[in-house]
Design a protein around this ligand. Structure first.
Ligand code: ADP
Length: 335
């Protein structure tokens, strides 16, 4: 076997459950194949400051089950400048690092792409974000766990909603993407799901809810994505209150969705993507993200991951309308 590479791994941007499993897979796959592995702490900020250490396989012992990231993560405004990125590149060179694996979201990938354009460094991205908003992978690391966490909260809210005949509007995370809302809404049996991918007008929502209320439905759950475009939970609450005399509560789930131990799905996905990212580096691939599409590993140019939009199957939304409907749809008779 030839001389291995000097590979640095970092987590960057918003943290996501499963990042540790990905770090573990990167470090162990790298060492197995004779590479020298480095942990870069606190994302690009740690890279700039040279907060880097060589790691062995024990560095990642017992972390597969933990949320968060042992390498910590950060946002770095300094890295947004060319001077900052030059400092980061010099730090990498001091350790002899020739390639980096960045676990993060679209912001982290923009940063990686920029660094690769400006300096002779090889880089591969691993999709780690609860938002599932990256083109080039069916699922991102952390999404499944975030959905399960939100679902647990919704189940509990449903108990109190039905005891008090209340309408709950529950806002979940996802930035501009509605995946968390769609999956938690379906899994939690929500009556309505509001996502940016399929904007619903407030008057339509209000008249639907009015019909439900008149049909005797006294408790209801609406799941709304944080990036929903009709005006957010407070505006929707006010619009409904103008028409229906219903006790309405708003609940914003927030950062609880980022924490917790990763689900089995996220651990397996993170392990596979971490493993594949090292193979990609060893194959001299660069400026690409490794994802899983239809159960197979796929490399996608980093730029595509944020410029292209992942198709959402809106049948799920239609299906949820049917599952939540109070009325029987009239039979369509064809003659
Ligand atoms: P995420 O990766 O979760 O989307 P951020 O959007 O916060 O997180 O991005 C993480 C970091 O990546 C930022 O703090 C910044 O240092 C770097 N970054 C983001 N966008 C760019 C860009 N256009 N050019 C250079 N670096 C960037």
């Amino acid at each position: 076997m030839g001389q291995g590479k000097y590979i640095g791994v970092l987590s960057s941007g918003g943290d996501a459950p499963g990042m540790n499993a990905a770090i573990r897979a990167v470090v162990r796959t790298g060492i197995y194949h004779g590479n020298t592995m480095f942990g870069i702490k606190r994302g690009y900020q740690g890279m700039i400051e040279g907060d880097i250490e060589q790691v062995n396989r024990y560095f990642v012992s017992n972390i597969i089950k933990d949320g968060g990231t042992v390498l910590q993560t950060a946002r770095s405004s300094e890295f947004l400048t060319k001077e900052g990125r030059e400092k980061a590149f010099k730090s990498l060179k001091r350790f002899g690092i020739d390639s980096i694996i960045v676990i993060g979201g679209d912001g982290s990938f923009r940063g990686l792409h920029q660094l690769i354009q400006e300096f002779p460094i090889q880089g591969i991205g691993v999709p780690g974000t609860i938002d599932n908003d990256l083109y080039g992978t069916d699922f991102t690391i952390g999404f499944d766990t975030a959905v399960n966490t939100a679902l647990e909260a919704i189940d509990k809210i449903r108990d109190t909603a039905s005891s008090h005949s209340r309408l709950f509007i529950i806002e979940v995370m996802g930035r501009t993407s509605g995946y968390i809302a769609l999956y938690t809404g379906i899994g939690g049996g929500a009556e309505d799901i509001l996502i940016p991918e399929s904007p619903m007008q407030i008057p339509q929502l209000v008249s639907e809810l009015e019909a439900q209320y008149k049909a005797g439905k006294k408790s209801s759950i609406i799941v709304i994505a944080e990036g929903e475009t009709t005006g957010g939970a407070a505006e929707i609450k006010a619009a409904i209150e103008r028409v229906i005399n219903w006790d309405i509560k708003v609940s914003v789930l927030g950062h609880v969705q980022r924490g917790g131990d990763p689900s089995a799905f996220d651990r397996v996905l993170a392990s596979r993507l971490g493993y594949e990212s090292v193979l990609a580096v060893m194959n001299n691939e660069t400026d690409k993200m490794v994802g899983m599409v239809n159960k197979s590993p796929v490399l996608t140019p980093l730029q595509d991951t944020w410029t292209k939009k992942k198709d959402m199957d809106l049948t799920y939304l239609k299906m949820n309308e049917v599952l939540a409907a109070q009325q029987v749809k009239a039979l369509e008779v064809t003659v």
